[in-house]
Design a protein around this ligand. Sequence first.
Ligand SMILES: C[S@@+](CC[C@H](N)C(=O)[O-])C[C@H]1O[C@@H](n2cnc3c(N)ncnc32)[C@H](O)[C@@H]1O
Length: 199
Amino acid sequence: MPASRQVITPSWYPPVVEQADWTSWFGNGRAAEVLDIGSGRGTFLLHHALTFPNINILGIEVRRMLTTYTNEVIRGEGIANAFALWYTMANGLPWIAEGSIRYATYLFPDPWPKKRHAKRRAFTSAFLDEVRRVLIPGGCLYLATDRPDVDAYQREVLSAHAGFRIVDREAWPFPFRTDQQMFCDRKAIPYVQYMAVAT
Ligand SMILES: C[S@@+](CC[C@H](N)C(=O)[O-])C[C@H]1O[C@@H](n2cnc3c(N)ncnc32)[C@H](O)[C@@H]1O
């Protein structure tokens, strides 16, 4: 839920960001160029940053414990181009400049399978408005899920959005995996990976 709709803000609610603090978030002081939305424990974020040391990758994660863990690894390993921000996508990305992000990943989101919980899904038309606004023209949103219901829901929201075109057939560009992806591979659980291009 966005902060503006909270009557009483619980202690676990992530801070609202007014302005990006790139110089303290990234060891190299530069702004983010890639977003990993729902970065979880950060395995994908860390490998992503190590593979592309010239690109700044910002993880956005609503669970504080996970960002603390990820940032401890980042500090310990001296990785200058990664940071995990404790933040909820429910508050949008107003602190990121329009057209400044090369691509974003949204991999294995929480499924919220029960109908009464579907409103908790972060993936909405407003979410896509924000991602579209910050992407460069032709920038991509990469998606993955092992849940057919989530896949169908996301494709429906994407198809209804004028700012994106779904592309199914491109090769997946990431040679490293997320934690959930590794779990699926271990258990032979199928999943889909595809992208939506900003039109
Ligand atoms: C199932 S996990 C997947 C994590 C990782 N992407 C992976 O594939 O292993 C989904 C993550 O999204 C985070 N998340 C859920 N809602 C969010 C929101 N509104 N803003 C930011 N992160 C969120 C959850 O806390 C969780 O860590």
